[in-house]
Design a binder for this molecule. Structure first.
Ligand code: 3NM
Length: 230
């Protein structure tokens, strides 16, 4: 066939890419947060100690040079625990610290522009709240989608409308109907008891912040979550 691979080989290649994309995305994501009681790095330490292997550094109220300092400290911490570090919002920082991934919110830089900065090998995740957002993220070449919020949460300012279980059911069904496949990570006010029903909608995994930070026994909580998610 002129110009390269047969359609069947192309299909096989894209199926294999898809399988490896799902494998690259851990099912439990921790999102760092800073409160009066805890700093970003302390929250990351807590999650690592508890056994989380996917850590997103999400700093919203500090300038880029401060975020860079936190990211530089977070990278070796994550490495010590064999965990992946994802940087929210700052492609240059993700590149400088050689993070595993970059996560971009709905108001952040478009994914193709960020891809130019971080290169082809870095995982890029994008936030979505509607079906149109999901389609755009897929078109932009996202490796996974953070879909939310599930319910109200104080962790994020300017929260999009909550989806609830019905929202996830509807969006996941529409995705399946259009034969679109991408790892979907549910986010926003999620508690451990929500996960079995959320998983039944077809999502790949969940991202959590406060439920882990506020857990009285983070290690037991993570162990329980891993069992439900595996
Ligand atoms: N993004 P918690 S909700 C970072 O809906 C983030 O896009 C959201 O923290 C979205 O588990 C959220 O404490 C906060 O609610 C997640």
């Amino acid at each position: 066939i002129a110009g390269g691979l047969s359609p069947r080989q192309n299909r096989l290649d894209s199926d294999l890419n898809l399988i490896s994309d799902f494998k690259k995305i851990t099912k439990l994501h921790f999102i760092s947060n800073q409160t009066l009681e805890i700093s970003h790095l302390d929250s990351i330490n807590l999650a690592l100690e508890a056994g989380c292997k996917w850590i997103q550094l999400r700093v919203k109220d500090q300038d880029e040079s401060e975020v860079l300092q936190i990211a530089k400290s977070a990278k070796p911490l994550c490495e010590n625990y064999g965990a992946k570090l994802i940087i929210n919002d700052f492609p240059d920082i993700a590149k400088v610290v050689n993070a595993y991934g970059l996560h971009l919110g709905l108001n952040d830089m478009p994914i193709p522009e960020a891809r130019e900065i971080v290169g082809q090998n870095m995982i890029i995740g994008g936030t979505a709240n509607t079906f149109e957002d999901i389609l755009l993220r897929i078109e932009e070449g996202a490796n996974y989608i953070g879909l939310g919020p599930f319910r109200f949460t104080k962790t994020k300012q300017n929260l999009s409308p909550t989806l609830g279980l019905e929202g996830y059911r509807d969006l996941m069904q529409r995705l399946a109907k259009e034969k679109k496949e991408i790892p979907i990570i549910a986010i926003g006010g999620i508690l451990p008891d929500d996960i079995p029903t959320l998983l039944s909608t077809g999502i790949h995994g969940v991202a959590m912040s406060s439920a882990l930070i506020q857990s009285k026994e983070p290690r037991e909580t993570v162990q329980k979550l891993e069992e439900i998610l595996c």
